[in-house]
Design a protein around this ligand. Structure first.
Ligand code: ZN
Ligand code: ZN
Length: 446
């Protein structure tokens, strides 16, 4: 049977391998439930994961937050009492990639021992993509994704939470709102309510069949955008190594150089965004926001992930370039209108500030100051004099009121204490209140 005896140890060098015992996982408070689809475009969202986690512990998600998670969250950055109540804002706290998401994810990783929960949120893109408007406030789902899953559990996808995605890249149909379609009379009572992704929380219908939706085909642009964001979500587990702010800036500059020989204004105009916005992204002033970045990628025919990686590469795009148009510029005031507004401000009573004039004209004050330096200086001087004067008047008025109050108390034979002054004005006088300052001044002068 064994012909090659050379493979065995000889008499002289017998040794034993140290025994390697399988390591046991450290104890955790919550089940080590695996998130579904990590590393794919159809990755589960942390909010959906949390609902499944609560369900597997046979508790309500609210109870899990209030009784378990809240204790560990207290004191962490981004903590607010709102996180601990199941509000409409919750999905933002869970997914957006802000400070509260980071804290919640940290706590959940600690309590479950599951390390890859980061990838169920937009946290890995923090600092690379702006969080403002990233996550939608009303939840949506793909009706076919909820129908098709037969052997696997139904789960909420991270892609559905991204505001600028409106279609399912798997089924090429539009999302529908996760809102009950049944009548109030069939709503389930509170104790029987199932708070789980894929189940209507009002009537208990599985896969939101209560909605009776007709499936709508998405446009090619919607599908393209969904594919791009799905590709981004697919790369989230290794985002730390392949994406960075520097690479994104470099990617944007490369994109501008390749498509228009370095004229960023043309790129911005073709994508319908302001050139100052693109300039801000390219100079690291603020991170790009996803919807506008997608518009730039679409108009230049470049994939989103490749820009974030810093090596923009062409990809197949729907022919949409002619349909995207630059947004009409704000109805800004003409030169004459600006001048006449400034001249009016010079004779206005009470005096108004240059910022107020600029606000009326939908401009920034520095624009007006740069354009009409002389007029602007006169307005600024006039307004500062007016402010000084009114502050003196206010102080004088306070002193008069304070004098009257002291007289009133003394006439009634009551001591001049803070409590009595507060009772007289019917409000608690804070130390920095101008009236209290005046009262103290008068009393100390006596
Ligand atoms: Zn789908
Ligand atoms: Zn329903």
């Amino acid at each position: 049977m064994l012909e090659n005896f050379d493979i065995f140890d000889g008499d002289a060098d017998v040794y034993f391998d140290p025994l390697v015992m399988p390591r046991l996982r450290p104890a955790t408070i919550l089940y080590d439930l695996e998130p579904i689809g990590v590393g794919t475009g159809a990755c589960e969202s942390l909010r959906g994961y949390f609902d499944r986690l609560a369900d597997s512990h046979r508790v309500n998600p609210t109870a899990l937050i209030e009784d378990v998670i809240a204790q560990h969250l207290r004191g962490l950055p981004g903590y607010s009492i709102r996180i601990t109540t199941r509000s409409k804002q919750l999905s933002r706290h869970f997914i957006s990639g802000g400070a509260s998401t980071e804290s919640i994810t940290k706590v959940l990783v600690k309590l479950t021992g599951v390390q890859e929960l980061d990838s169920c949120t937009m946290l890995p893109t923090r600092g690379i993509i702006g969080t403002r408007g990233l996550i939608r406030s009303r939840s949506c789902h793909c009706p076919l994704c909820f129908q098709a899953v037969k052997s696997k559990p139904r789960y909420a996808q991270l892609l559905w939470e991204v505001e600028c995605v409106t279609a399912c890249p798997i089924h090429n149909i539009k999302f529908v709102e996760s809102v009950c379609g049944a009548e109030r009379s069939v709503y389930t009572h509170k104790p029987q309510k199932k708070l789980l992704s894929g189940v209507c929380s009002k009537c208990g219908s599985i896969g939101y069949c209560c909605r009776n939706d007709t499936v709508t085909t998405a446009s090619s642009v919607e599908i393209w955008k969904a594919q791009q964001v799905a590709e981004l979500i697919l790369h989230l587990p290794k985002a730390a190594t392949i994406f960075s702010q520097e690479r994104t800036i470099y990617g944007l500059k490369e994109l501008v150089t390749k498509s228009t020989n370095g004229v960023s204004a043309i790129v911005a105009n073709n994508a319908g965004i302001y050139k100052s916005v693109l300039w801000g992204w390219m100079n690291g002033r603020f991170p790009p926001n996803l919807p506008q970045l997608l518009d730039i990628c679409l108009s230049t025919g470049v994939s989103l992930v490749s820009v974030l990686k810093g090596e923009p590469s062409e990809c197949e795009c729907p022919r949409q370039i002619s349909i995207i148009r630059a947004k009409p510029r704000k109805d800004r005031a003409s030169y004459e209108e600006r001048e006449s507004a400034l001249r009016q401000a010079l004779s206005a009573t009470p005096s108004i500030s240059i910022a107020a004039v600029a606000r009326k004209l939908k401009l920034h004050r520095t624009t007006l100051i740069g354009q009409f330096p002389e007029l602007a200086t006169r307005i600024i001087k006039r307004f500062s004099e007016f402010r000084k004067e009114s502050s003196v008047n206010r102080r004088q008025h306070d002193l008069e009121v304070a004098g009257a109050m002291i007289k009133k108390l003394r006439d009634a034979g009551v001591p001049c204490t803070h409590r009595n002054f507060s009772k007289l004005t019917n409000q608690y006088l804070l130390p920095e209140t101008s009236l209290w300052v005046a009262l103290r001044k008068l009393l100390s002068e006596e």
